[in-house]
Design a protein around this ligand. Sequence first.
Ligand SMILES: [Zn+2]
Length: 220
Amino acid sequence: MSAVWQYFSVKSENDSVAHCNTCHAQVSRGGTEPGKFNTSNLIAHLKQHHKTLHEDFRKTTELKKQSSGNFKQPTLPETLAKRDKFPRDSKKALTLTEKICQFIVLDDQPLSVVSNTGFKRLIEHLEPRYVMPSRHYIVDKTIPQMHKEVKECIAMHLDKASGLSFTTDIWSSERDVESEPLYAVATLLDPRYKDKYFTNVETLRHAKAALKAAVLKVEE
Ligand SMILES: [Zn+2]
């Protein structure tokens, strides 16, 4: 409550005005509903008509501000943080851990990102009830689970596929990150696939011969 109230009082029959205890003047509280009330007019009244009281009021308010400086009002994230943390195997925690793993996999992030200060702060701010899993947890539990799901998904597509097309590719990197530069890329053939480039049997035969020669050359 504002310190200004030691100089004013309110009568129950009309609470939209305050009575000055010193000169008994009626001062509007700034509105007709409690939600609109404020103390600006009361402070202005003191300042204009009772200079000494206003000076006292100003000093009291200043002291109050200084002493409350030691007590920091908790922010919303801090208040939420005080609530219970999600158990690690709760649906919410598992979903968040999975999303973090997707972030690591899809955006080529290092596993150590889960112990990076900035990333931890971001997640903590977004969801204070979530406990960031350790790198070991992600390696031992989450990534094997994701690997299993993706493998099952690919197996399902392979079951349904009418055919597979294999292509080889050579990868080169100046940074020498790859020790094995030869890749085989498998592409699922859609049953609706129509030959676009091999318009006749003769061109197809030539393409097969050229591919075979290239593969043999790689084998050498
Ligand atoms: Zn007055």
